[in-house]
Write a new protein. Sequence first.
Lengths: 199, 319
Amino acid sequence: MNHQTLPQSAVQAPMRHQWLKVFLSIFAVWHIFSIFVLPDPDSIVYRHLTRSVVPYGNLIGFNNTWRFFSPNPLIRLLEYDVFTRDSSGNLRLLTSGRYPRRLEHEGNREVYNRKLNSGMFLMIQNKVPVTIGRVLCRQYANADTIAIYLRGRVFPEIEKADLAYEGQHVTNLGEVVRQYMFDIHCADVRSGVGGSGGA
Amino acid sequence: MNALLAIVGRKVKVAIASWDNFFFSTLDLYNVSLFRCLFGIALFFMYLERDNAAGLFFMNHGIIPVHQALAIIPEGYKPVIALFLQTDRGIQVQLIAHLVLIALFAVGAFGRSLTWLLFLVNLGLNQRDFSIVYGADLFANCWLFYLCFVDHNRYFSIWNVLKSSRRPSKENDDSGMSDIVSSFGVRLLQIQLCVSYAFTGFEKLKGLRWWEGTAVWYVIGMEDLIPHDLAFMKHFPMTVGLLSMATIIFEVYFIFAVWSKRLRYPWLFAGFCFHLGTAVFMGLWYFFLVMVTPYILFLPNVRNAVAAAWKVERPYDLP
């Protein structure tokens, strides 16, 4: 087909397509390179591209590691003891709780899973006092100190479980470990000082 | 020398043609429209359930006051632009707009331009409380990004029900086929799924439990995540080992298997079963849906399969 017989717009359309393909191809190379680099922040490539690929990943929310139950399956639950101070100045245990509450006490499974995620994330980031701690200090108006723990189960090896725990429910296998993490001082939190928590 | 240049030139031409064919050849928009519809429905109910605790998750009196929203995000992961509104009233508006946009997205009421808006609103809410973001949100963010490029409301759109003239028909065959930007978006989405699976597999291989094949046993022991008593699995160590290893093999080799005609169906079926298992035992139903709905993009002839299932003689007339 002779282009000279076609209207100008019909000739320009394939040209526009070609330029669009070139532009999209350049973007594809960049983007695919990014999605290979972003999941591995330990790599030297990632570390050398903290001014280009990483901001791009952060801009579009793609800077993730894709770690699910890895490197090893591990879930810990945030628990707390709320202490109040009596008239003689001694600390007394007011109540204990966990975040999230038990599944049957949460609104739905989605909220439960997200709270579970949130508790672990904030603990790792050392942000519990200024986040969950802040809510707990408000929830328990008389609270003086809140002790934060991480609870998890040390699960026996499968061979050991087969030998030593015959016929037992899964919640009886191994032992529960409750590790004290730190105290939150509600007076500091209420005055806006309690930012550290010191894990 | 000239012969060598000719060979190189031919190879380059073949490579460019293959690239062009892979990224820009026309695709049937039926699959991606179906994916958008199912993914949108899953997303709507997932965020509807999440928003039951909107006060705790997103408001200033909740766990993350607005001044902590970016502070809790680790250094190196902080967003370039904060895409959330700063006040409680603003966040309420953003949450409502988010759900409305997802509902409209699910029924195919809008195309690419408003999908960009949905993507930004969604990303903003992820930034507002990064602590509650988990796998389903991360993948949903990716799928929304890629769908911004795709003409995804050609089928399964409310407009096809309301306006008969908009319905793709046999007389107008091209109307159901993708333009080059749509094809590009679909291909990037497929690549993303493959790469993400590969990295989840690689990350698992770093751990001793996955390497020795006992990881599934330790997952069973997570009483806070799995409310079922699966202690009887201690009598089936081989099954535990095979399930652990199969998980890694599935994830690492997905990137190759899904492009192979022979392995595609077994691999997608394995993926479906794997995610269904996590849904049944861990209650990760939305994660299951967010992960398996893009499998539709790897299936040929979905249009005919759906038509046969509904006993529709003229599949082109499907809304």
